[in-house]
Design a protein around this ligand. Structure first.
Ligand code: FES
Length: 572
């Protein structure tokens, strides 16, 4: 029998029966019921956090990936043991997947900690799964490595190439405006998402895959490999082997996710013009290790980071093109003068060593521009501050209409999601293309749990008249696959008394992208009067007294704090 003092593999973290030798004996006995040999049971153990689910189309190929990871672990001399965790399929969750990201992170953290594993391969992909796994692994403090699902392949409709889900929105806007009929939208519905993998554009899932690689938490070159490509299986096998080495060297996530690597990831986010959601997720991941991200620092980095990647929803291409063009490695090589090159990655190389090893590799300049000839001189995302957003708001300027950047507009206010859906297409709605659409009470503390509703539809009568974009402001989020002049994550949110909740129809609002400003042009005494009056329309925070609803309502933080739970952040 193996001594209980060998704190490795099956001997880790014993079940407490008051007799450690009995605990080991019983555990080994039960493990043998699964048919493992003594030789395998004596090895270090690599857990495989599997998020396969019938409610997650993006993870449909995970059984194959798990098998490939197991091959790598076994070949490298450890025992792979797969375990299930929560899975979050973006379009299958109500009210919105973000509400459950923290739950998944807690599940991931506790199962990594509680079960006897020396290291873990995290397999995720759909939007919230990768941040949840990285948050959980950072808190669990065991050696960990991320393997992502990889993006879907594109499909065809007539003579067009389609990919989820920027094209989903484009066709839906055409349908709302009467440019295509119900037969055609029905046909398109079957062409948008046709393979396993995550959305085919630089949406939240792809952005988070790229940021995981930029942080150093995936093997180099693996973020953009398409889900169905054989290279993805080879990446899975290599990830299994790498996890064994990480475990033997005791390299925990805090050695990899540092202030410097988080800033590398922010640079990459800006160069990608990636998803606005990534600001929330990166803040939450960093917060688990006591690293704070300020939106002022985001603006400083944005001022000096060029946009390099020409992918939808901002540009023209899809993730499979990005992979063929050189992927994140090519982006990192262009950004090299701006990066912290000493950061360690899960491959064992530093970022600088990784980039030197691939110097001179092929790059398709139609998809990934050079540092000297960028798509935009400054980053794709910025933060706005002002009397309407004292703690900041996020604006994806790369996906917006520049003619709307410097202007003053009249507020047309929707007090909730229900109010929005009831009135947005009302022919009598008092709205013009120059107005600013305002959505209140859709932030993290609201009953809707900060949905991706910040992409407010253009009012029906304006859409039919050909209006394609307007300034839209909310405390909600926006899908990474969406686009438009959309200001999000206004903090503090309306539901906790933020000034957004004090806006009334007809108020003037000033937007200055150049000045990074978002101001409500209403006198202070009038705002004080409105505040004293209370909300015009009451949308109370969740009043549930039990379960996860209660936990969420009482502990979720604001967007500028990553929407994590206050008790999950690192002790300072
Ligand atoms: Fe899973 Fe888009 S729905 S990544």
């Amino acid at each position: 029998m193996t001594s209980k003092t060998e704190d490795q593999g099956l001997n880790r973290g014993l079940t407490n029966y008051g007799d450690p030798d009995f605990s080991i004996y019983l555990r080994r006995s039960f493990a043998k019921s699964m048919g493992y040999s003594n030789e395998l049971l004596a090895r270090p153990i690599i857990g495989i956090a599997n998020t396969y689910s019938g409610f997650n189309n993006c993870h449909r190929h995970f059984p194959e990936l798990v098998d490939a990871v197991k091959r790598g672990v076994l070949t490298a001399g450890a025992l792979p043991l797969e375990f299930p965790t929560t899975s979050l399929g973006e379009v299958f969750l109500s009210p919105t997947s973000l509400k459950f990201r923290n739950l998944m992170s807690m599940d991931t953290e506790e199962m990594i900690r509680a079960q006897p594993m020396d290291g873990v391969v995290l397999i995720g992909g759909c939007d919230k799964t990768v941040p949840a796994q990285l948050m959980g692994a950072a808190s669990a403090a065991k050696p960990a490595l991320q393997l992502v699902a990889g993006p879907m392949m594109t499909s065809r409709y007539k003579d067009e190439r389609l990919g989820a889900c920027t094209d989903c929105r484009r066709f839906w806007a055409d349908y709302r405006a009467g440019r295509i009929d119900s037969n055609e939208i029905g046909e398109i519905e079957g062409r948008l998402a046709t393979t396993a993998g995550t959305c085919a554009v630089m949406g939240t899932a792809s952005t988070m895959a790229c940021l995981a690689e930029a942080l150093g938490m995936t093997l180099p070159g693996t973020a953009a490999i398409p889900a169905v490509h054989a290279d993805r299986l080879r990446a899975a096998e290599a990830s299994g082997a790498a996890a064994v080495r990480l475990a033997s060297e005791g390299i925990t996530p805090d050695k990899i996710i540092t202030r410097d690597s988080v800033e590398n990831a922010m640079r990459v986010l800006l160069a990608l013009s990636g998803s606005t959601n990534a600001v929330i997720h990166l803040t939450a991941i960093a917060g688990r290790l006591g690293i704070s991200i300020s939106l002022e620092r985001l603006n400083e980095l944005s001022n000096t980071t060029p946009v390099l990647v020409n992918l939808k929803p901002v540009g023209e291409h899809y993730m499979e093109d990005f992979f063929a063009a050189g992927g994140i490695g090519a982006v990192l090589r262009e950004l090299k003068p701006l990066l912290n090159l000493d950061c360690l990655t899960v491959s064992g190389q530093t970022v600088g060593e990784r980039l030197d090893a691939a110097a001179g590799a092929y790059v398709d300049r139609k998809v990934i521009a050079s540092f000297d000839d960028p798509i935009e001189a400054q980053g794709g995302l910025i933060a706005l501050f002002g009397s309407l957003a004292p703690d900041g708001a996020i604006f994806k300027r790369a996906a917006a209409s520049s003619e709307l950047f410097e202007r003053q507009g009249r507020a047309v206010v929707f007090s909730s999601l229900a109010d929005l859906s009831e009135r947005i297409d009302d022919p009598d709605l008092d709205v013009t293309p120059d107005d600013f659409l305002i959505l209140q009470n859709a932030g993290p503390k609201s009953p809707s749990g900060m949905p991706e509703a910040g992409y407010l539809p253009i009012p029906g009568k304006l859409a039919r008249a050909g209006v394609k974009d307007m300034v839209r402001i909310s405390d909600a989020r926006m899908s990474g696959t969406a686009y438009g002049t959309i200001i999000l994550h206004v903090s503090p949110e309306a539901s906790v008394g933020g000034p957004l909740g004090l806006v009334r129809n007809g108020d003037q609002i000033l937007l200055s992208v150049a000045g990074r400003r978002l101001d409500l042009l209403v006198e202070d005494d009038e705002l004080a009067r409105r505040r004293a009056e209370g909300p015009e329309t009451s949308t109370p925070a969740s009043e549930s007294k039990r379960g996860y609803d209660w936990l969420y309502a009482n502990h979720v933080l604001q967007a500028d704090d990553g929407c994590d739970f206050n008790f999950l952040k690192a002790d300072k």
